[in-house]
Ligand binder design. Structure first.
Ligand SMILES: CC(C)(COP(=O)(O)OP(=O)(O)OC[C@H]1O[C@@H](n2cnc3c(N)ncnc32)[C@H](O)[C@@H]1OP(=O)(O)O)[C@@H](O)C(=O)NCCC(=O)NCCS
Length: 141
């Protein structure tokens, strides 16, 4: 083969990606795609201090919850639920039809998200750290 596959820094392929991404994504999805991806961070403030935070990544009409963390001393007071509610508002604003999150199957995080109106959609066997992971979702709009 005349091609040599090498490891590169992201900058080394940035121009190539810019040149091909739109056509490649459109071919992949089967319709014209303009890709826009953005992460949004939220914080629950206790006065000047951060009691908790959440991050969603929005792309392709989907908001993925990348993180929700509440400091142990602030847990079980509705902070996590309030962060998810704000995340839903942001996702709605950016025209997402759905939020998703990946959690260890049957664990505390799954119970938390299910109390916050997320539902199990699929199980990915032996996934993150070889754990079975549940894909949870909440429809918006
Ligand atoms: C999961 C976490 C974000 C929950 O935050 P929180 O502020 O304590 O949650 P809330 O008080 O808003 O609880 C919302 C609902 O979930 C339930 N819940 C919260 N933690 C729970 C747990 N560990 N097990 C079962 N249910 C739980 C609450 O009882 C509440 O239900 P209700 O209002 O219907 O009675 C927090 O425990 C945490 O930071 N954990 C470590 C990080 C993590 O696992 N993040 C999630 C994946 S990114």
């Amino acid at each position: 083969m005349r091609y040599e596959i090498v490891r590169v820094a992201p900058e080394a392929v940035a121009e190539f990606v810019r040149g091909h991404e739109r056509a490649a994504r459109s071919a992949f999805y089967g319709f014209p795609v303009i890709w826009h991806e953005q992460a949004y961070d939220l914080a629950a403030m206790d006065g000047e201090r951060v009691a908790g935070t959440a991050r969603i990544r929005v792309a392709a009409s989907l908001a993925h919850v990348e993180r929700v963390v509440v400091a142990p001393e602030h847990r079980k007071r509705g902070v996590g639920r309030a962060l998810l509610a704000s995340a839903s508002d942001a996702a709605n604003y950016y025209n997402c039809h759905k939020m998703t999150v990946l959690v260890p199957l049957g664990g505390a995080a799954q119970r938390f998200f299910e109390r916050c109106d997320f539902h199990q959609e699929a199980v990915l066997p032996q996934h993150t750290f070889k754990l079975d992971m549940a894909v949870l979702r909440k429809f918006l709009l």
